[in-house]
Design a protein around this ligand. Structure first.
Ligand code: NAD
Ligand code: UD1
Length: 341
């Protein structure tokens, strides 16, 4: 029987692309998702793309009875853990929801894994755990910083609890993957990012302005110490992230302990560069206005991706142009995301 992988949050943006990559590589995939920020339509589309479907379980990672049952009824060898809440502003308003989903949810999942004797885990962390680093690019040896919001703190707490867990029991094999800024969509245009309501992140916002759903983009500050004054980030194609998970999984099944890898490209682009690149890909104008800085934002953030290159033989391959073209194709084919109204 093929290896079974449990993917929590597998109906979501990054989880659905990684589920597709796993299925294409011959793994059997079980997706556990409560659909609080996604639709099962993403998994139906995964099947249309690759001809295979994951087993879908509609449920919550905090539901211990359910997770125990999932482990008891299947032969799961590893878990890719994407499930969680990710909106920074909402985390400030609803901190308990964030600590409950992200921290309690991860604790419950690890307790169930431990009971089931499954010790291989890939966790979705974020560059947000570095706080405001003093220099660029950011390497994994940099100390973690002070995240400015409950979302960031919940990610750092989970990283720390996973470190403690691995120290307490040498059977654990854990990858902490620190994503930089995921963007893009599968090149088919069939799966992509489907934010609920007003997008928080730059590219979904730009894309909805280009298609005419939103009037104009607010550029949060043009007085940062960067090349054009706007914020600089390391945008990485979601297809490269999916490949990064496959490489991390292959690496950690051979060893134990905790490994941390940055998943970024090593190149930063400013907000204005992103707008221009999107205009080129879409052949549309993106109206924008410069407004005040957004509180909690840092000037610049990009990865030193060399550790993953050496240890995982993984590198982001997709260009900025591919990120933009694929985002636009997804947007045009699915103006309302997965809901066709
Ligand atoms: P997403 O919201 O599209 O996917 C998360 C999925 O988890 C959703 O399908 C949601 O329904 C599910 N979920 C949430 N809480 C759950 C629970 N308690 N039980 C079961 N399912 C639950 O987000 P994404 O962009 O795909 O992010 C995936 C992971 O990567 C998250 O942990 C996020 O914090 C992390 N991450 C994302 C980014 C980013 O920019 N997208 C950056 C760094 C880290
Ligand atoms: C944000 C979160 C971070 C999270 C990441 C991925 C904050 C402070 N940080 O990172 O914790 O891990 O998303 O979900 O929210 N911008 C605009 N106008 C917009 C939106 C963004 O000018 O409408 C700018 C921002 O100022 C920034 C860049 O675009 O310079 C990228 O922003 P965004 O996509 O929100 O990502 P981050 O802020 O890097």
């Amino acid at each position: 029987m093929a290896h079974q992988i449990l993917v929590t949050g597998g109906a979501g943006y990054i989880g659905s692309h990684t589920t597709l990559a796993l299925l294409e590589a011959g793994f059997e995939v079980i997706v556990l998702d409560n659909l609080c920020n996604s639709s099962a339509e993403s998994l139906r589309r995964v099947k249309l793309i690759c001809g295979k479907a994951p087993t879908f379980i509609h449920g919550d990672i905090r539901d211990r009875i359910l997770i125990d049952k999932v482990f008891a009824e299947n032969k799961i060898s590893a878990v890719l853990h994407f499930a969680g809440l990710k909106a920074v502003g909402e985390s400030v308003r609803e901190p308990l929801d964030y600590y409950d989903n992200n921290v309690t949810g991860s604790v419950t999942l690890c307790q169930a894994m431990s009971q089931a004797g499954v010790y291989t885990l890939v966790f979705s962390s974020s560059a947000t755990v570095y706080g405001e680093p003093l220099q660029m690019p950011i390497s994994e040896e940099f100390p973690t910083g002070v995240p400015t919001n409950p979302y960031g703190r919940s990610k750092l707490m989970v990283e720390e609890l996973l470190q403690d867990l691995a120290k307490s029991d040498p059977r654990w094999s854990i990858a902490l993957l620190r994503y930089f800024n995921p963007v893009g969509a599968h090149p088919s245009g069939m799966i992509g990012e489907d934010p609920n309501g007003l997008p928080n992140n730059l590219l979904p916002y730009v894309s909805q302005v280009a298609i005419g759903k939103l009037k104009e983009l607010s550029v949060f500050g043009d007085d940062y110490p960067t090349q054009d004054g706007t914020g600089v980030r390391d945008y990485i194609h979601v297809q490269d992230l999916a490949e990064g998970h496959m490489s991390a999984l292959r690496a950690i099944v051979q060893k134990t302990g905790v490994d941390i890898w940055n998943l970024g490209t090593g190149t930063g682009y400013s907000v204005l560069e992103m707008i221009r690149a999107f205009e080129k890909a879409s052949d549309r104008t993106v109206a924008y206005q410069v407004v005040e800085r957004r509180s909690g934002d840092i000037a610049e953030c990009w990865a030193d991706p060399s550790k993953a290159a050496h240890e995982l033989e993984w590198k982001a391959k997709n260009s900025l142009e591919a990120m933009m073209n694929d985002t636009w194709r997804w947007q045009v084919n699915n103006p309302n995301g997965y809901v066709n109204d």
